[in-house]
Design a protein around this ligand. Sequence first.
Ligand SMILES: *Cc1c(COP(=O)(O)O)cnc(C)c1O
Length: 357
Amino acid sequence: MHSTSDILDIRQVEKSKIDQVDFDNLAFGKNYADHMMVCDYKDGAWQKPKILPYGPMEFEPSAKVFHYGQAVFEGMKAFKDENNKVWLFRPEENFNRINISSKRMAIPEFPKDYFFAALETLLKLDEKWVHPGDGNSLYIRPFVIASENGVSASPSNEYKFMIICCPAKAYYNSPVKVLVADHYSRSADGGVGFAKAAGNYGAQFYPTNLANEKGYQQIIWTDSNSHKYLEEAGTMNLFFRINDKLITAPTSDRILDGVTRKSIIDLARHQGVEVEVRKITVEELVSAAVDGSLKEIFGTGTAATIAFIEGFEYADKYHDLPQIENPYSLRFKKGLQDIQYNRAEDPFGWRYEVKLD
Ligand SMILES: *Cc1c(COP(=O)(O)O)cnc(C)c1O
């Protein structure tokens, strides 16, 4: 095993910016922790990663990422427990997935020892930015961009793999109303929907704005071929509870393999709840809403953990969900957070302790 100083070059900030941050009134994504990681790919190899003070960077206007969107990212979180230990949640999953995303976007894969050395070093240096307490976390954003200059439409020969971190409080907690898509699509067969490719997000802003104008916060995406099958909600995976059974669509070219999704499936089964991973149609959803067997819909993702959906519109008709006691959504959100914050046993081995000394 190498020590991190063999793996990384480190230049620390002279003075931390943490005193300028109002942790009680955080606007998500507005404040960044003191340090970031930058690793360059050139001459056919990833160079030595650098930890630097967070700050602006210079790019030429011809850098390929600006023209062809060759960019992928990840989203993960660090949590602090009551004894000031810092934990990551299933970080190997994010590491594996960013390389899956990279491969699809013709970006070279990143070495695992660099990824983990960078995470550990950043969290050690910026440990104070991880606040304890329910809902508090440090959101970690690894991403890769094509940095070579030149507007020729071909894969870049140079990239930057970076990691930046921002403090987060629980967000999206009020229930949302969603609109079921019958025209726009998030992803298509053979496309990049399974990858965390930057362009997937850019392409869904416009249809989401249209939904917002109609009073819906998010879109439930349906399959691009027939618009008959329910797929994801905004940038989250989707779960339906019909009577006492949970249903979620199988992952595919079009549906992203969310870490929260698979954790909820395991957690629910562990608690004796029946989970069906199968395709579910809009028709089945509407008839379950009409006959009252539809109890809950929720989205899952790292940012919000679980987002409660209070109703949906399809074919100009709005369907309200019932108010129920002890919903699965709350129970599994708490179950997951208890593991993330080291408040409960972790029978799955999901927690990853960050060594702070
Ligand atoms: C990131 C993402 C998710 C959620 O994945 P997690 O690993 O649970 O954060 C779901 N759908 C899409 C489209 C995403 O980009």
